[in-house]
Ligand binder design. Structure first.
Ligand SMILES: Nc1ncnc2c1ncn2[C@@H]1O[C@H](COP(=O)(O)OP(=O)(O)OP(=O)(O)O)[C@@H](O)[C@H]1O
Length: 268
């Protein structure tokens, strides 16, 4: 049997005495999408931060294509960093407002010639569906969906194998969200990219993921294929999340966390 591309084993991430992620294990095969779902504060973003090594795990393993990166120091990580990139929820907040799209996308290519950087930035922007005229424009001149395309182009600039997408489509309205999801699916097909897709939106997760991990209070409560977890969840918590996501009247204007609490018997 081939090894999974990413294997996370007994991952623990603590902030001081608080275990934000508490003994979580999962695998992702190359070219597949694993979604991590759960209510606000359950540790989804902490898993993302550990995978891109913005935080150092307290314990456990993060084996990326055969190398455990969990405890590597910055110097050892440097040659591996290009392989894992992150796309954030808020493209506006994560793009430097003073830089043009060309500079933002070409930032990781500092050692290449100016002409090369220009050509590569144009190619990447074209890949995410933006015209050459986008090169000279700054983030404020783009729509939310276009800004997220720039965020994806920037993440692709290092030729990564794994993209960690942390609520990457959550700030977008439904039709733009669908376009960005279609773009991500195309990029995965064309480039064999592996995705870890973090979301509280089970409707989106259903469209994009092969497998799902359900988290609650730092722990993994359920995992399986997308069809199994969404259509035949074994855990009451997953059923509550699913009900909250599928019933638009329950969700309107409310935090999933509040809806889940209500479904579990707390007063609305
Ligand atoms: N730097 C930090 N220091 C202390 N506690 C933190 C820190 N970052 C996150 N936490 C806590 O860790 C827990 C998990 O946070 P995390 O951001 O991973 O959750 P999440 O599932 O991504 O939530 P959301 O969906 O709201 O983004 C929360 O209780 C949060 O308050």
């Amino acid at each position: 049997m081939t090894e999974p591309f990413l294997s996370v084993r007994d991952l623990v991430v603590s902030y001081g005495d608080f275990r934000a992620v508490d003994g979580v294990s999962f695998d992702i095969d190359k070219g597949q999408t694993l979604a991590v779902v759960g209510e606000s504060g359950c540790g989804k973003s902490t898993i993302a931060r550990a995978l891109v090594r913005l935080v150092t795990p307290t314990s456990g393993q993060i084996v990326l294509d055969g190398t455990d990166i969990a405890q590597l120091g910055e110097k050892q990580l440097r040659p591996l960093r290009h392989r894992v990139q992150m796309v954030f929820q808020d493209p506006y907040g994560s793009l430097d407002p003073h830089l043009t799209a060309e500079k933002i996308v070409a930032e990781p290519m500092r050692d290449r010639s100016r002409a090369d950087r220009h050509a590569e930035a144009a190619r990447l922007l074209d890949l995410v569906g933006l015209p050459t005229s986008a090169l000279d424009r700054r983030p404020a001149e783009f729509s939310g969906g276009q800004r997220q395309r720039i965020g994806i182009a920037r993440a692709l600039a290092t030729s990564p194998d794994l993209l960690v997408l942390d609520e990457a489509t959550s700030a977008l309205d439904v039709s733009v969200q669908a376009q960005v999801l279609a773009l991500l699916a195309d990029l995965q097909r064309e480039r064999g990219l592996t995705y870890l897709f973090i979301s509280h939106n089970l409707g989106v997760v259903k469209q994009i993921s092969d497998r799902i991990v359900v988290m609650r209070a730092g722990r993994l409560v359920e995992t399986g294929s997308t069809a199994d977890v969404l259509h035949a969840p074994t855990e009451g918590y997953t059923r509550a999340l699913r009900k909250a996501a599928l019933d638009p009247t329950t969700m309107r204007g409310r935090k999933p966390r509040d809806v889940v609490r209500q479904l579990q018997g707390a007063p609305a």
